[in-house]
Design a protein around this ligand. Sequence first.
Ligand code: 3PG
Length: 218
Amino acid sequence: MNTPSSLTALQVMQDAPVIPVIVLNDVAHAVPLAHALLAGGIRMLEVTLRTPQALACIEAIAREVPEAVVGAGTVRSRADAQAAARAGARFAVSPGYTCAIGQACRDAGLALLPGVATGSEIMMAQEDGFTELKFFPAVQAGGVAMLKAWSGPFFDVKFCPTGGITLQNAPDFLALPNVVCVGGSWLVPGNVAEQGDWGRVTRLANETRVLHRQLFGG
Ligand code: 3PG
């Protein structure tokens, strides 16, 4: 059984400007991919539960790459949360929010970044004690303008916009005071894993250092 994690959602968000959203079809790709991202300075890894191999990939990274912090994305049910925790995930990301998913992640000892796209969803998540949220799908649901509008009534909420984010538009999001980091699949494009092009993954991860400088200077 997984040891309950003391990791918080804020710690997950503050580690790097980008959380990579990862889809893996082959467990053999999991460890080399984690190493490639680490080499580019990224260690919070969101492996989405979208393929039959996803849990085995999480397990492999948790076991073999202790420098990485692996989480499960696309967590949509209590069973997903339990399976992710058993596989060794330290955090969970969900595409939407329900009280059940919030409770399931608490029970499983997983820090949760719940997905929201409306004011009502933000209020539901806040009622349950979640104040660090994923804005999904960010660009499609209103982007920077939406986050600016939310900064009034939801002045105490921090966001990780995900969906439609690129290296090019990430600076506009990261410049907002209510944005801590962004999420995106661009660091692990299409069939890069099938091609074994780990150098490309490291280069893409390295490119995000420019975003780090924007946030923290240096
Ligand atoms: C997702 O869950 O698919 C993420 O939001 C990734 O979106 P992106 O592919 O637009 O980065």
